[in-house]
Design a protein around this ligand. Structure first.
Ligand code: 5GP
Ligand code: MN
Length: 345
């Protein structure tokens, strides 16, 4: 059985709130990943089919190609493409679910519309320090993913029985992607109880794995080889590394969104490695560098992200951004590694 981490009282309050609402929005963070998209699609499915509510998923911008196969992606509206219509929808919604982000700045250019909406908000998230004014806050950093929380709510509300694979597929996908296919953040036995339940909906979990992880172009595979061979700088003494991806590199390998995903995990395959930093130039904006950090065990890459890269995140997976040249970004990465050397050795 599932150990309850969301209180029954909270579940009942949420059910009452949903019942009172007619039009509901599910929104997630910019650059949506498998968990953000999976939680939005899964939860929207519950709202539509169990509660019978008119529900719209709005994402701030493009999501990676390797998530396009998920059911109901055709119903998703992108804010960056339909700004005016979305602004109207935000103004007229009865209820907004904020999924997989802890502060409204994480929705990028959609922030003004979200902040201005008169609709009450419900947060469902697993990031630290929730900072979204909401009538109900379901924030559990101990959950492996927001999808885990979506499952828990569905289960506790008695809605799971009615769910089909249209619910189970995105929820499984989000749990899988946020745990690196169950290789980190996934020691809680509840995770496997949830998977066993999702499998009763006849999902093909091996195919979901292939759809996500074996769905790259030849260019992306060669980009990976190029980065590891040419661009990775390893500080073996400090068990840390960084690599750069310039706009020129991206162009050379016909970069499309999602192609850089997972590259930052690769240096952690080096024996004893503790910290990996990826510095990637934006494809369009000058002096904008996207930073991803990954670590193992107790090394807090979210502290590195907060102190050096204007970001944050989880203990072992964080992100941030720099507004400078790649040369300067490299210096900052080197400084960051030095500043944390005591915890790296
Ligand atoms: P990624 O490297 O996949 O872009 O991000 C890794 C993790 O860091 C994600 O879980 C993401 O939510 C988190 N993250 C990325 N940027 C930020 C940020 O600026 N602030 C916070 N708090 N978390 C971030
Ligand atoms: Mn997540």
């Amino acid at each position: 059985m599932l150990k309850e981490i969301i209180s029954q009282v909270e579940c009942e309050q949420l059910q009452a709130l949903i019942s009172q609402s007619e039009t509901i929005l599910c929104v997630c963070h910019q650059n949506p990943d498998g968990d953000a998209l999976g939680a939005s699609l899964g939860w929207a499915e519950v709202l539509r089919t169990f509660f019978g509510k008119a529900t719209q998923v709005i994402v701030p911008d493009q999501y990676p190609d390797y998530l396009h196969w998920m059911p109901n992606t055709d119903k998703i509206i992108r804010y960056d493409k339909h700004k005016e219509g979305c602004d109207w929808t935000f103004q007229h919604a009865d209820l907004i679910f904020c999924l997989d982000f802890n502060t409204s700045s994480r929705v990028g250019d959609m922030q003004a519309a979200l902040d201005a909406s008169p609709a009450p908000r419900v947060l469902i998230d697993h990031h630290l320090e929730p900072d979204i004014p909401s009538v109900i806050t379901i924030s559990h950093p101990e959950a492996c993913s927001t999808c885990e929380l979506v499952f828990r709510l569905t289960w506790q509300m008695g809605a799971f029985e009615q769910m089909t694979k249209h619910f189970a597929i995105p929820v499984y996908c989000g749990m899988m992607t946020d745990t690196g296919a169950f290789t980190y953040n996934s020691d809680n036995c509840d995770v496997y109880f949830i998977i066993s339940q999702l499998l009763t909906k006849h999902i093909n979990k091996d195919k979901i794995y292939r759809n996500v992880y074996h769905n790259f172009s030849e260019d992306r595979l060669r980009l990976m080889g190029y980065v590891m061979y040419q661009r990775l700088v390893v500080d073996s003494q400090r068990h840390a590394s960084y690599f750069t991806l310039t706009r020129q590199d991206l162009k050379r390998f016909n970069f499309i969104k999602g192609d850089a995903e997972g590259l930052v995990n690769m240096p952690l395959q080096i024996k004893g490695h503790k910290l990996s930093i990826s510095l990637r130039e934006d494809t369009e904006k000058e002096n904008t560098i996207w930073v991803s950090l990954r670590s193992v065990d107790q090394f807090p890459c979210n502290e590195v992200a907060a102190r050096f890269f204007n970001g944050g995140g989880h203990l072992n997976a964080s992100g941030g951004r720099l507004y400078c040249s790649m040369e300067e970004a490299v210096k900052i990465a080197q400084q960051a590694i030095l500043a944390f050397e005591n915890q790296l050795k």
